[in-house]
Design a protein around this ligand. Structure first.
Ligand code: 4AD
Ligand code: MG
Length: 430
């Protein structure tokens, strides 16, 4: 009977066959311990020379790291391993030998590992992070479906730019100029006017020359957009959504969180509601904390966000930023025309901004005026202005960066490990 490692619990005391890879091994003259992995999990195979005979024991001893094999044996409970089961091996059949696998159990530098990302993905640390990423994606669909949102897929090749024109990847669209999408927001606004509550999940691109632990050139974003929602309504969706993601990972990825050494008690505190402070209060807080050179009107850098977040146990919303540092589509606060109706959600522990969102301007004259101030070509945005021409309503939306969220929940220092093949400044390989 051929099974996968994650099915082992159903086959205790039965003889089964598993197809997998040898991730590591230890052996002495009489016994060998094979660390096996098959993509669904990791399990130890124990090979006892006295039981299997000289030939099979020799195969166990000589098989090299990352060789693929079929292993036959009897599943036993094993209280010492975090997985809970091991295999008493009775047979080994080598499929394909791996000679001199470059990533050995010793320490390697980051650049070396990044150059071998296609192989590094096989490690149990990367396995745990990708499982958590997958759980966050799965829970995203569950949450928004249960809340009555329709999944809408905005285009990736576009002619418009919601977040400003300096960070766009240009490409040719036959004879026309095009960009890779930096956000699907404007299309999601069109979808909200058609379907009410919608969300997207897809890749976005920023030609941003940032080299930090939070920046990717290509990253994945979840972008919900809701007709008739005000800022506060949107913040409620955001905190419920983020709390739902954390709860799902806690429930379904315990082994992975343990393997990564994640402090689970930190995650258990992440229940809604989340605290809210205004940008102006955040500036006052920073001044109190000794950031003397920050002025009202400045955008926050990573050290500012971290210092603010350190004052709260949960993610914190910073609301009402100055108009001058936010995109054209954000409406002025009716009580203070210097600030806009927006919020960023800052994760704890220095993981930075995981959500950016706002209300959207829905009156045509105001929108056109703002777009002119931003020097946008109204002709190119004619379709977007149609939304305001033909029965727009107040609406709000936000974008959650998947990789920063995975980094925070999994406790991974740098976003480069939270996406299978990261695109970074100076890295397009592999
Ligand atoms: O704050 P941003 O730029 O907002 C938007 O794009 C809006 N149009 C979203 C919307 O309202 N529909 O990006 C949203 C989130 C950030 O909070 C961050 O989590 C992530 O996307 N993000 C990045 N993640 C990794 N690398 C980068 N270079 C990122 N830039 C933004
Ligand atoms: Mg932002």
């Amino acid at each position: 009977m051929q099974i996968t490692i994650n099915q082992a619990a159903n086959y205790v005391d039965k003889e089964v066959k598993i197809g997998g890879w040898l991730s590591n091994k230890r052996s002495s003259g009489k016994i060998a311990f094979l660390q096996l992995r098959d993509g669904t999990g990791f399990m130890q195979g124990v090979v006892v020379k006295a039981d299997v005979g000289e030939d099979i024991f020799q195969i166990a001893k000589s098989t090299s790291q990352e060789t693929s094999l079929y292993v036959t044996g009897v599943i036993h409970e094993d209280t010492r391993s975090p997985f809970g089961y091991e295999m008493a091996v009775t047979g080994i059949e080598v499929i394909s030998e791996a000679v001199d696998y470059p990533i050995t159990p010793k320490e390697h530098g980051t650049e070396f590992l990044m150059d071998h990302r296609h192989l590094w993905l096989r490690s149990n640390r990367q396995h745990a992070i990708m499982k958590i990423r997958n759980e966050i994606i799965r829970a995203t669909y569950e949450f928004f479906n249960q809340e009555g949102f329709l999944k809408i897929d905005p285009p990736i090749l576009t002619g418009s730019a919601p977040e400003g024109t300096t960070e766009l990847f240009h490409t040719k669209y036959f004879e026309e100029d095009a960009f890779l999408s930096q956000s699907g927001q404007l299309y999601m606004e069109a979808a909200a006017m058609a379907f009410g509550k919608v969300f997207s999940f897809g890749p976005t691109f920023r030609a941003e020359k940032s080299k930090t632990r939070r920046h990717l050139i290509e990253f994945w974003m979840i972008e919900p957009e809701m007709a008739f929602y005000k800022l506060e309504d949107s913040l409620k969706v955001q905190e419920n959504y983020v709390a739902f993601l954390v709860a799902a990972v806690l429930k379904n990825c315990r082994l992975e969180l343990d393997r990564l050494g994640r402090d689970v008690s930190h995650l258990e505190k992440m229940v809604a509601p989340f605290p809210r402070i205004t940008y102006t209060e955040a500036i006052e807080l920073l001044k109190k904390l000794g950031f003397d050179d920050i002025e009202w009107g400045d955008d926050f850098g990573a050290p500012h966000e971290t210092a603010i977040a350190d004052n709260f146990e949960k993610p914190v919303f910073i609301t009402h930023y100055p108009k001058a540092i936010k995109p054209f589509y954000m409406p002025e606060d009716p009580n203070n025309s210097e600030v806009v109706l927006c919020a960023d959600l800052i994760a704890p522990e220095g993981y930075g901004e995981i959500i950016g969102g706002s209300e959207r301007i829905h009156e045509l004259a105001i929108l056109e005026a703002r777009m002119k101030e931003f020097d946008l070509d109204l002709e190119a945005y004619s379709w977007y202005l149609d939304l305001a021409r033909y029965g727009s309503v107040p609406h709000s939306g936000f974008g959650l960066g998947l990789e920063r969220t995975v980094a925070w929940i999994s406790g991974t220092e740098h976003v480069r490990e939270t996406i299978p093949f990261p695109r970074l400044l100076n890295r397009l390989y592999p």
